[in-house]
Design a protein around this ligand. Sequence first.
Ligand SMILES: [Zn+2]
Ligand SMILES: [Zn+2]
Length: 278
Amino acid sequence: MSPYQNKKVLLASMHQKELAIQEPFEEIVGCRLEVIDNFNTDQFGTFSGEVERVLTAYETLKQKAIVAAEQYNYDYVISSEGAFGPHPNYLLANSDTEMLLFYDRVNDYFISDYEISMETNLADYEFDQPNHDYSKFLDKVMFPSHALILKAENIVIAKGIKDRATLDQLVAENIHKYGKLKLETDMRAMNNPSRMKVISLLANKLAKRVISHCKSCDTPGFGITSLSGYLLCELCGLPTKIKKYREHKCIKCDYLEKEVIDLSKQFADPKYCDYCNP
Ligand SMILES: [Zn+2]
Ligand SMILES: [Zn+2]
């Protein structure tokens, strides 16, 4: 049975992320999720560039969880964090990196996981003409199912814009005043269904990890931490960039399990070999 069965867990997050996180945690972990309406996670930085982010994503996650646990006196807290930008492996594509952390204050466990997805509408668009037609941009970023932010230089004029009439009116009111306006995708979860979907995937993954125990010391949170090893090139036998193992690790002891990523592949295709295909 899950050690967190029926435990009260605080979701230290804004922007209705419970829509993606509550169900997997309640169903898989068996805990009860509680959401604090006014927990201001913006103090740790926001996605529209208003507060400079000083901590790394993982440190921010931990800080959010620790602060929330103390502030609201919970033993268990879930915190979340998202970052948007060029994909780490495919630099020409944008990506959404979501991180979730489960904090067990009683045992001082931090169990985290992440998900990187290219399913993101992250984009911006500048224009300086009063009657400029930005319809194509709106289609591309899936407006109005996905909301927009209107900015002038670094001033936020409006966030969470979800209908065309409001957008057009705001543009008309501000284009002469500022000369140049910028539309940005609103990445806050409740305004961005693509992002909500990634958070939901991740919440399922983390929930499963929380109930996965180390075979050696029984600590929860056992799971994949990294990839290791290299497949050798089928042609020349040299190591390629293709990883061979997934490493599952304990968050507390040194216990480690290596799992072959793809059992059907003993060697790598020479196209991934720096020697055969430089
Ligand atoms: Zn080779
Ligand atoms: Zn262990």
